[in-house]
Write a protein that binds this ligand. Structure first.
Ligand SMILES: Nc1nc2c(c(=O)[nH]1)N[C@H]1C(S)=C(S)[C@@H](COP(=O)(O)OP(=O)(O)OC[C@H]3O[C@@H](n4cnc5c(=O)[nH]c(N)nc54)[C@H](O)[C@@H]3O)O[C@H]1N2
Ligand SMILES: Nc1nc2c(c(=O)[nH]1)N[C@H]1C(S)=C(S)[C@@H](COP(=O)(O)OP(=O)(O)OC[C@H]3O[C@@H](n4cnc5c(=O)[nH]c(N)nc54)[C@H](O)[C@@H]3O)O[C@H]1N2
Ligand code: SF4
Ligand SMILES: [Mo]
Length: 672
């Protein structure tokens, strides 16, 4: 007899779908969407539809392992948890005695997005006084830019945009990242509305959109400014709205004169007439919505670009109407879960140094008294996902770096570990799940017992804390007790829920939280801020991406067959995804003697990487796009996309500039 247990997808995905696990004899035999879940009631993605294949993968790490060969050789021997914890904490105690706790660096990102398992390491490393990692690998420039203009105002929840009357999908690979939103756009009633995509390339087969406008990567600020120029010159902007609700509008308006569509054509590669038509179409309806992805924010000018796009969303007054305005930023205008009881900022007794995750190669290259002597990685695969891959690997190769990786699979980072600890999957742990793309909240308890000797982040830190001699009660709680504490001490938003909803959270399941009031403008003045004195450049203007001396703009895009480093274990999905590819424009390829399917080499001053060429007209000239994260072993030459990306940071939020790198390409001298 099987039973059904509820769970929630833990990955870095704006949907945080509800899952139903069919469990028989303690083993998950099938997975499907939770019909009670507010977003995934109609389905989940094809990746997680066979979540059990990853959970029971033969490649899963199920015991602690200790290095038994040279660093990176992949040779490990099993070791007991007791022995592993003893070795880790003995080494740490020695490092702390000799160099202080800041010689230890934790590295965590988005492997597990639920609050308790993601946040508990902060409590441990605050207690230790370790170096603090600045975690800005995804889209902090976008967040900082949005809140510059809109403060804490909530944008549209994707469920609200059924009311929109025009969709602009801007720098987002919807087909890969938002299957539920994609099916909403494809409903018959919405197919009648215009759906226009603005991207560096046509990232789906085109069937979903009326038009794809391909833009030179990093130039979207010019497009937004030229659209505002047209709206202003042609009397299409909602002046009354802007005067009433947007601080600095008059001053900003005066600057729009020079941003003509002809000027923008030279920057963006989009014909001036197309820009005029787009602006007019945008103004021809009442409630257009811009669905803004993070793509355009991962540049040296990414923060400014996003500020300009958010300001554009105000220009026709769309925010006043249901469905109008902006979607894809922060739909939540209040706190659902208090992070302090989980992360315990109060455990930190003295200020510690900060090291940016995007500059891990530099951090690991610090020497002398500043040297990082131990790295503890959990929910993160920096050797695969962080810029300057070869620099990161050089750091991980250091004989004097003691690296511990808490993982589920032998990732590119785990290969360089001194000790690997086996991690659980979400279905084996307890947590609370805020969703960053929708107004939903959920909780889940284990559907099955942990496989092998795997342990959750929470339970691992409890063991480490005990061995380090940290007596605090915090480390003696269970993860269930932590969840119960959070439920017993709800934020005002959760306290205001109905008894029935709070009961769902208590039992495990997901609920819809109220949508925000988009005209309750969450800035100190109660108005949107076009001019923001707290910004490095208060009055928005066109700023350029970093550029560089190589001709092609290298861009990363999500793959529909993987999710960052998740699902790289799934042979079926990997077969669909195929080799690491680089998408090039027909003309750019022809000029270099490159044909479709050929092995090519992309290079710049950092490195060179082999790709299989995909040649198409559906990409802007001089853009070069790669979908998905690849294990180095699956790449010809053993180097992946991030060998070509630099440690530069974005203009706002100290974020990645993963899309702001230049390369040249040539046919590869070697064959497969
Ligand atoms: N080339 C390229 N680089 C990229 C991107 C890209 O598209 N292309 N995307 C960028 C973006 S947007 C992001 S957010 C980052 C993501 O970068 P990462 O956070 O490094 O990648 P993830 O795949 O989210 O998770 C990393 C690891 O967490 C592990 N993990 C999952 N659950 C748990 C758990 O409960 N406990 C522990 N200890 N481990 C767990 C997984 O097995 C996985 O290997 O990558 C960035 N880098
Ligand atoms: N299947 C799948 N789902 C995922 C992920 C995945 O890897 N696979 N990753 C997850 C993560 S961590 C995140 S952060 C989200 C990201 O979700 P999205 O926000 O949808 O994706 P991004 O990677 O930010 O941006 C993707 C698009 O931005 C475009 N782009 C890049 N630069 C520019 C530019 O300068 N201008 C314009 N107009 N477009 C540009 C790229 O070509 C690409 O099509 O998705 C999550 N969901
Ligand atoms: S990866 Fe995203 S779409 Fe797929 S099940 Fe998880 S939350 Fe849903
Ligand atoms: Mo991300």
């Amino acid at each position: 007899m099987s039973e059904i247990k509820k769970s929630i997808c833990p990955y870095d995905c704006p949907n945080t779908c509800g899952l139903l696990m069919e469990v028989e004899d303690g083993r998950i035999i099938s997975v499907r969407n939770d019909p009670d879940h507010p977003v995934s009631r109609n389905g989940i993605c094809r990746k997680t539809a066979r979540y059990q294949d990853s959970i029971y993968s033969k490649d899963r790490i199920l015991t602690p392992l200790i290095r038994a060969g040279k660093k990176g050789s992949g040779e490990f021997a099993p070791v007991s948890w007791e022995e592993a914890i003893r070795r880790i904490t003995d080494t740490w105690k020695q490092i702390i005695a000799e160099s202080g706790p800041e010689a230890i660096l934790p590295s965590c990102y988005s492997g597990v997005m639920s609050d308790i398992q993601r946040g508990c390491g902060d409590a441990f490393f605050n207690r230790m006084g370790a170096s603090r990692q600045v975690r800005t690998l995804c889209s902090p420039a976008k967040g900082a830019a949005y809140s510059s203009v809109a403060g804490k105002t909530g944008c549209q929840d994707p469920r609200e945009i059924a009311d929109s009357d025009l969709y602009i999908i801007w720098g987002s690979n919807l087909e890969a990242t938002r299957p539920q939103l994609m099916s909403l756009l494809n409903r018959p009633e919405n197919r009648a509305k215009r759906r226009i995509q603005i991207d560096t390339y046509a990232n789906s087969d085109g069937a979903h959109f009326d038009r794809t406008i391909c833009i030179k990567a990093g130039m979207d600020g010019a497009l937004a400014l030229a659209m505002m120029h047209v709206l202003d010159r042609e009397g299409l902007s909602d002046e009354a709205f802007l005067k009433e609700y947007a601080e600095g509008y008059e001053e900003f308006r005066k600057t729009l004169g020079s941003y003509t569509p002809e000027w923008a054509e030279t920057e963006t590669g989009i014909p001036a007439e197309t820009i005029r038509t787009l602006a007019r179409e945008y103004a021809s309806v009442k409630a257009p919505v811009i669905i803004l992805g993070s793509g355009a924010s991962r540049y040296a000018n990414g923060g400014m670009t996003v500020r300009l796009i958010v300001i554009l969303s105000l220009f026709t007054g769309a925010w006043k109407y249901p469905g109008g305005g902006l979607c894809g930023c922060t739909p939540i205008d209040t706190s659902y879960v208090d992070q302090a009881p989980i992360k315990r900022p109060d455990f930190l007794r003295t200020p510690v140094r900060s090291l940016n995750i995007n500059q891990m190669a530099s951090a690991l290259a610090l020497a002398g008294e500043e040297a990082v002597r131990s790295l503890y990685v959990y929910g993160n695969n920096p050797a695969g996902t962080v810029s300057n891959q070869e620099g990161v690997i050089r750091g991980l190769m250091r004989e004097d770096l003691f690296t511990v990786v808490h993982e589920r699979f032998m990732t590119d980072t785990a290969l360089y570990a001194d000790i690997i600890l086996p991690a659980t999957f979400s279905v084996e742990q307890t947590d609370i799940y805020r969703c960053y793309g929708h107004c939903t909240l959920g909780t889940a308890r284990p559907a099955i017992a942990p496989l092998g000797e795997s342990k959750s982040n929470w339970n691992t830190f409890a063991l480490l804390a005990e061995a380090m001699g940290y007596e605090d009660d915090y480390f003696k709680q269970t993860e269930d007790q932590m969840l119960q504490y959070l439920l017993d001490h709800p934020t005002p938003a959760v306290a205001a829920l109905s008894e029935a909803d709070r009961q769902i959270l208590q039992e495990g399941g997901s609920i819809s939280m109220p949508f925000s009031d988009h005209m309750k403008i969450g800035t100190p003045s109660g108005k949107f801020r076009i001019v923001d004195e707290s910004m490095p450049i208060p009055l928005p203007r066109y700023t350029k991406a970093r550029g560089g001396s190589y001709p092609l703009r290298l861009v990363a895009s999500p793959s529909a067959w993987s999710l960052n480093c998740e699902y790289l274990d799934r042979k079926d999905l990997m077969e669909h995804r195929g080799a690491q590819k680089l998408i090039l424009h027909t003309q750019d390829a022809a000029e270099r003697g490159i044909s479709d399917g050929q092995l090519i080499e992309a290079y710049n001053d950092l490195s060179s990487v082999f790709f299989e060429a995909v040649v198409t007209d559906r990409i802007a000239r001089e853009n070069a796009v790669c979908e998905g994260v690849y294990n180095r072993a699956d790449c010809v030459g053993g180097r992946a996309f991030n060998a070509l990306t630099s440690e530069n940071l974005s203009d706002l939020g100290e974020g990645t500039t993963m899309n702001d790198n230049r390369v040249e390409v040539r046919p590869a001298a070697i064959r497969y």
